[in-house]
Design a binder for this molecule. Structure first.
Ligand SMILES: Cc1cc2nc3c(=O)[nH]c(=O)nc-3n(C[C@H](O)[C@H](O)[C@H](O)COP(=O)(O)OP(=O)(O)OC[C@H]3O[C@@H](n4cnc5c(N)ncnc54)[C@H](O)[C@@H]3O)c2cc1C
Length: 539
């Protein structure tokens, strides 16, 4: 089998690329996905994500390495393994990040990635349900929407935010950012707007796109330093798919560095250790793993409805009917409904922690299992962590999971930020509009008072916010993996286009920025092909 472009991974980025690169009806693309089709109903019901985090068929089943940052726990590290990738199992929050995130990417030498440069791609990607304006786009594939309804407890949360001095913003994706506002979602109607539903499905009708599912790419094939295709394991057979123009890795922040390492591209010492022959030394592959780490605070609630009791018994039946007939209710909720960006460290120039509020609470503070009584949760994460981790293949076996170690809270600044963030959440719940509804704090509990105790609590109870990124970092130094055109350094016909190329993690959730990266990447690839065509003709 052969095509102009072979794309590895049909996740957030891969689906965008498959759509944009085949738009002309001529360019031949093969998109290869390890997981299956996105037919599971819980993918499409927004709140279904809570039941998919450890789904054996729809996720990779990864766990992070035990580490002091998580008090020795090997925490669950979900990644989607299905058409749509992580966009099919994520919490649906649509948020782009601070302009400074992208300006810092550009200041690090990545020309073309400042906020002004990337804003057109955010706008191009979306079909915002509100008015089109300087920040928001209409007519793009990705449905972006306001919440279907605002529960009373969420209104109280916004009021409480104002009472502790936060400014309310009507649109959390328009400038000025910061302060508090209601979350927006990747949702169209009552259904999740995954990258598969919005970008891939319409493109699958095109003759020039072939999508292969349940096919694990086991290595990249090279002719010298030129990528020429990939090797694929499908139904017990090994196949080869040739790329006449380029191989594009969109396997995500775990999959892309892992595949490069399996193909002999990485740190020579690491490859020698695991028994993979060196193809090309690139020591940054799998380094620089960044992620957000969340710690939560929770309270029992009285006098106002929460998801906990609405998701049980007859109430749940009522919610199912509201969902089916009105497209509203708890089944349309995302991971959080209210978000606040706040500055808690004196040295920060812009907000440095993100708070996420949900009108429900989870057993032991973990997403997935709701408490049996009415409750409320807020979580906090540091927006720009300094801790850096790794994704490293453990063996040459492509079916063996790599070692994922985010090394959360390994930097002093990160520990200060999480402690200050948890203290901020306590002040938030003590504000009159929330205090009137909540009882005595459940987690971390009133015994936790000092900064050390907050950090210790975060280590024992915190979890990933699922924002793995930066493991094939774009940059200009020797530890960068791709250049500003997302081409792998020192190799030809090979790009990485996914969350792994972020030079630093964006300050909020990572789906919208990943889709932006793929929109911009597709433009770059198209431009490169157009400029190569006349040269080829002349030759
Ligand atoms: C549980 C969860 C909740 C999240 N919640 C939110 C949220 O609410 N808002 C938000 O903005 N972000 C959220 N995120 C993060 C966001 O979804 C990701 O940052 C984004 O989807 C990453 O896109 P990607 O294209 O880089 O990788 P992915 O979407 O993970 O895609 C990678 C694809 O490559 C495939 N693949 C990997 N290796 C191979 C191989 N060797 N062969 C073939 N295929 C392969 C995978 O199966 C997968 O389909 C969440 C993520 C998770 C996991």
């Amino acid at each position: 089998m052969k095509a102009d472009y072979v794309i590895v991974g049909a996740g957030s980025a891969g689906c965008v690329l498959a759509n944009r690169l085949t738009e002309d009806g001529r360019t031949r693309v093969v998109l290869i996905e390890a997981g299956g089709r996105d037919t599971h109903p819980l993918i499409h019901i927004p709140a279904g994500f809570m039941k998919l985090l450890d789904h054996p068929a729809l996720t990779w089943g990864f766990h992070a390495e035990p580490d002091p940052g998580t008090a020795g726990r090997a925490i669950l590290y979900p990644r989607g393994r299905v058409l749509g990738g992580s966009s099919s199992i994520n919490g649906l929050i649509y948020v782009r990040g601070q302009p400074e995130d992208f300006d810092h990417w550009a200041q690090a030498g990545n020309r073309g990635w400042s906020f002004d440069d990337v804003l057109p791609y955010f706008k191009k990607s979306e079909h915002w349900e509100g008015e089109e304006n300087a920040w928001r786009g209409k007519g793009g594939p990705l449905f972006t929407s306001r919440m279907t309804e605002i529960p009373a407890l969420c209104r109280a949360a916004v009021d409480a935010g104002r009472e502790i001095g936060l400014e309310y913003h009507e649109d959390v994706n328009a400038l000025p950012l910061g302060g508090i506002g209601f979350c927006q979602q990747t949702r169209g109607g009552r259904r999740r707007a995954s990258a598969a539903r919005t970008y891939l499905k319409p493109a699958m009708r095109r003759q020039n796109l072939e999508v292969i599912v349940k096919a694990l790419v086991t290595r990249i094939l090279f002719d010298g330093k030129r990528a020429v295709g990939v090797e694929v394991r499908r139904g017990g057979k090994i196949e080869r798919v040739d790329a006449e123009s380029e191989v594009i890795l969109a396997a995500g922040a775990i999959g892309s560095p892992h595949l490069l390492q399996l193909s002999g591209v990485g740190a020579p010492e690491h490859l020698r250790k695991i028994g993979v022959a060196l193809r090309h030394p690139l020591p940054g592959v799998g380094q620089n793993l960044q992620d957000h780490y969340i710690a939560r605070i929770s309270y029992p609630v009285s006098g106002v409805a929460t998801i906990n009791e609405k998701s049980k018994g007859l109430s749940l039946l009522g919610e199912v009917l509201r969902y089916l007939f009105l497209g509203k209710g708890i089944l349309t909720y995302s991971a959080s409904l209210v978000a606040a960006s706040v500055k808690v460290l004196p040295e920060s120039a812009t907000p440095d922690v993100q708070c996420a509020f949900a009108p429900g609470s989870f057993k032991e503070g973990q997403i997935g299992e709701l408490d049996d009584f009415p409750g409320v949760t807020a979580g906090v994460w540091q927006m720009r962590p300094l801790s850096r981790g790794t994704v490293l293949a453990k063996s040459p076996d492509p079916t063996a999971a790599p070692a994922i170690n985010p090394r959360y809270l390994s930097e002093e600044t990160d520990r200060r930020a999480i402690a200050e963030g948890l203290k901020l959440l306590r002040r938030f719940f003590a504000a009159p509009s929330l205090a009137r509804h909540v009882g005595a704090e459940i987690l971390p509990g009133p015994k936790i008072k000092t900064d050390e105790e907050f950090v210790d609590y975060a280590r024992r109870n915190g979890s990933t916010v699922y924002h793995a990124s930066c493991t094939c970092r774009m940059g200009t130094d020797t530890l960068s993996v791709v250049d500003e055109e997302l081409r792998v350094r020192g190799l030809t016909n090979l790009r990485v286009v996914d969350a792994s190329v972020m030079p630093a993690v964006t300050s909020t959730n990572t789906n919208a920025p990943t889709i932006m990266i793929a929109e911009k990447g597709a433009d770059m690839i198209g431009r490169a092909a157009r400029s190569a065509a006349p040269r080829a003709k002349a030759a």
